[in-house]
Design a protein around this ligand. Structure first.
Ligand SMILES: NC(=O)c1ccc[n+]([C@@H]2O[C@H](COP(=O)([O-])OP(=O)(O)OC[C@H]3O[C@@H](n4cnc5c(N)ncnc54)[C@H](O)[C@@H]3O)[C@@H](O)[C@H]2O)c1
Length: 211
C-alpha cells in the first residue's frame, strides 16, 4: 500500500464515491461485488477502479470480485471514517443557512459544529442545531473545538479578512464559496467551489459534444 501522499489526487477524489456505494451494498446485505458491477454502479470504468484499488494493495480476486465488508472496512480506515471531523461555517446568510440545514447528512464523519457571523439578529441563535457565535469569538472557539476546516460563505468584500483570521486560528483547509481567490499561508489548503463555473463547464461540454 502506498503512503497517502503518493496516491494520485484523482484516485483520492473517487474514494468517497466507492465508499458510499459500498456502504449502500453492505446495508442491503450484499457480500460480494464484481468489478464490472461496481463500475456500472459508480460510473467509473473497471480499469480505473482496478488501478485505483491497486494503490492500496491487491484487494480483489480475479473471477471472484471484491468482498464488500473487507473493502468497506478498508476504505473506512483510509478515509478516516472512524474520526468525526468538526467543521466551522463562516457567514450564516442564504447559502450558509442552506449548508447548515444540509449539514452533510450523508456523511458519518463530517459535521458543521460551529457557525460564525456578525449580524446581531442571528448571533447567539441555534440554526439547524448549530450554535452561531459572534466573529470576535471565532479564533477562541476554533481552538477550543479543535476545528481545522472551515466553509467560507461571507460576502466577498470580507472574505480575505475572514480568511486571515481562520489562518491565525490554525485552520488548515478552507472550502471557499466566495468568488474571490484567497491568499493564504503555504500550510492552508483552499478548495474553491463555484456552481456557476460548474454549470458553464457542463453546458460547454454539452455544446461541444465532449464526453
Ligand atoms: N460558489 C457558489 O456557487 C456560490 C453560490 C451562491 C453564493 N456564493 C457566495 O457565497 C457568499 C454568501 O452568499 P449569500 O447569498 O449567502 O450571502 P448573504 O448576504 O445572504 O450572507 C452572507 C452572510 O455573511 C455575514 N457576514 C458579513 N460580514 C461578515 C464577516 N465579516 N464575518 C462573518 N460573517 C459576515 C452576513 O451577516 C450574512 O449572514 C457570497 O460571497 C456569494 O458570492 C457562492
Amino acid at each position: 500500500m502506498k503512503p497517502a501522499n503518493e496516491i494520485p489526487k484523482a484516485t483520492a477524489r473517487r474514494l468517497p464515491i466507492y465508499y458510499r456505494y459500498l456502504r449502500y451494498l453492505n446495508d442491503a446485505g450484499k457480500t460480494r461485488i464484481s468489478s464490472t458491477e461496481l463500475s456500472e454502479a459508480v460510473k467509473v470504468d473497471s480499469a480505473t477502479i482496478r488501478r485505483d484499488f491497486s494503490y492500496f494493495g491487491a484487494l480483489g480476486k480475479r473471477g471472484y470480485g471484491y468482498e464488500v465488508e473487507y473493502l468497506l472496512d478498508f476504505f473506512s480506515k483510509t478515509l478516516n471514517q472512524d474520526n468525526l471531523t468538526n467543521v466551522a461555517l463562516i457567514g450564516v446568510g442564504k447559502l450558509g443557512q442552506a449548508l447548515l440545514n444540509y449539514n452533510f447528512h450523508l456523511s458519518n464523519n463530517v459535521r458543521i459544529s460551529a457557525a460564525f457571523d456578525v449580524k446581531p439578529d442571528i448571533v447567539g441563535k441555534i440554526v439547524s442545531g448549530v450554535p452561531v457565535y459572534p466573529m470576535e469569538e471565532m479564533i477562541g472557539q476554533l481552538r477550543i473545538q479543535q476545528i481545522d476546516v472551515a466553509i467560507l460563505t461571507v460576502p466577498q468584500e470580507v472574505a480575505q479578512t475572514a480568511t486571515n483570521k481562520l489562518a491565525e486560528a490554525g485552520v488548515r483547509g478552507i472550502m471557499n464559496f466566495t468568488p474571490i481567490r484567497l491568499s493564504v499561508p503555504e500550510n492552508v489548503r483552499i478548495q474553491n467551489v463555484d456552481l456557476t463555473n460548474e454549470l458553464q463547464t457542463l453546458i460547454y461540454f454539452l455544446d461541444n459534444d465532449i464526453s
